[in-house]
Design a protein around this ligand. Structure first.
Ligand SMILES: *Cc1c(COP(=O)(O)O)cnc(C)c1O
Length: 427
């Protein structure tokens, strides 16, 4: 089983205070993990820009900010969220694609590092707001570094993101001609990757381009951004990534490639989301019903609208039944929610201890791309988020949605309070 970030009892204690379902995040575990990442890269000028889309909650962003992280934003809302926390300027990298003008305007207003997704956006942004002093381009190498399965974000040549290699060189020339003074280079070719060597290979690819940009165009990059994608071992047989291996591998390449190219000091950035919060947040839900038909079903009060990863990607999440050891498993069941969609399942054919109505289930590793992917289909409401603070106390960091929230975008003023049909039949 993957480890819970807090003692099992903490989920039960929180459930005394907050109605299920809710997300429960662990502050101490988030901080400790962020520190491990920074310590692993202490040999260089390293910066993690937390991918806000993973967990766009100001309380969690504040914790990561205090741990030295910047923010990776890709939309207007994410920019505004950072602005409201005082995260501005080069503490933000704006990595967007198919970008609306409004989003660029906001990113420019905040002084964010602008990471362009396409060569045509140099001219687009220049006309819109003028170009910033510092610009970054997203590189799509067009070929894989590792195994096919490594690229669950898609094979690079199938991915919509980034500049081709030719466009990249042309782009830096154009930007310099238009007065840009400072440069960065970005790529993101891995997603939820657990093979540590692939991160070293990503650095090799980016360092090689950096050295060539220096040689061919005399572009002195200030930073390279290796993207996010550090994986989470969701499945019991998976090993976590080896930060030491990644760091020492990159360090060796830095000595071999960056120093001789005259690019030292070069800042190394990443923009992980999942790795920063994924294992440190869980979805806490209660058993509503059980049903025995062709299979055995455990129905809970959360559904795919609260956590869509299993339904959307077939993702695996461990499940703990509070107070019942996993070793007591007797037979398998499907753990399901109440959506009228048959893929609304948190687990399929999962061995679980015998459960009863009212039992608490903790769905592991839901702290990234969990609540933030929530939706309201079938009239389901997004749940509250709760933080377990370092002292063990609980704080609600987002309230659950109410029916009023659900109806807030509708205007009922044209409709009589009493349905006409009901009135007709009562006359
Ligand atoms: C989603 C995303 C990330 C974060 O990905 P994780 O898998 O959560 O690390 C980083 N950068 C970009 C550009 C992204 O789209």
């Amino acid at each position: 089983m993957s480890q819970l970030p807090f003692p099992e009892q903490a989920a039960a204690d929180a459930a005394e205070q907050f109605p299920t379902p809710f997300y429960l995040y662990d502050e101490a575990a988030i901080r400790a993990n962020a520190r491990r990442l920074h310590e692993a890269f202490a040999w260089c000028d390293f910066k993690e820009f937390f991918a806000v889309k993973a967990t766009p909650n100001p309380h969690l962003l504040r914790i990561l900010q205090q741990e030295g992280c910047g923010a990776d934003c890709s939309s207007l809302a994410e920019l505004v969220l950072c602005e409201r926390l005082g995260i501005t300027g080069e503490e933000i990298i704006f990595t967007s694609n198919d970008t609306p003008a409004e989003d660029y305007r906001k990113a420019m207003e905040l002084g964010a590092i602008i990471n362009l997704d396409d060569i045509s956006h140099i001219d687009y942004l220049d006309r819109l707001t003028g170009l910033p002093e510092l610009i970054c381009f997203r590189y799509n190498p067009g070929e894989s570094l590792g195994s096919d399965t490594a690229f669950i974000i898609g094979q690079p040549q199938e991915a919509k993101y980034g500049f081709t290699r030719e466009q990249l060189f042309e782009g830096y020339k154009q930007a310099r001609q238009r007065g840009v003074k400072r440069f960065g280079l970005h790529t993101m070719v891995l997603s939820n990757e657990l093979n540590s060597q692939f991160f070293v290979e990503t650095a090799r690819m980016v360092f090689e381009v950096a050295a060539e940009l220096k040689r061919e165009l005399d572009i002195q990059l200030e930073f390279v951004n290796l993207g996010g994608g550090l994986g989470v071992p969701y499945k019991p047989d998976q090993e976590p990534v080896d930060l030491e291996h990644i760091s020492s591998g990159i360090r060796e390449l830095y000595q071999q490639m960056i120093v001789p190219a005259g690019l030292d000091p070069l800042r190394i950035c990443m923009e992980n989301g999942r790795y920063m919060t994924g294992p440190y947040g869980c979805l806490v839900t209660r058993v509503l019903h059980q049903k025995h038909t062709y299979k055995h079903y455990v129905g809970v009060d959360a559904c795919m609208a609260n956590l869509m990863r299993p339904g959307m990607y077939g993702a695996y999440h461990d499940i703990t039944v509070v107070g019942k050891p996993a070793s007591d498993s007797d037979g398998v069941c499907d753990v399901v929610g109440s959506l009228c969609e048959n893929n609304d399942k948190f687990a399929i054919d999962r061995p679980l201890p015998e459960v009863e109505r009212g039992d608490l289930l903790v769905i592991h590793d839901a702290g990234a791309h969990g609540h933030s992917m929530g939706f309201q289909y079938n009239g389901k409401l997004r749940s509250a988020e709760v933080l377990r603070r370092s002292d063990g106390s609980f704080k609600q960091i987002r309230r659950g949605e109410t029916l009023d929230d659900y109806f807030a975008t509708l205007d009922f003023s044209e409709f009589p309070a009493q349905p006409e049909v009901a009135q007709a039949s009562s006359q």
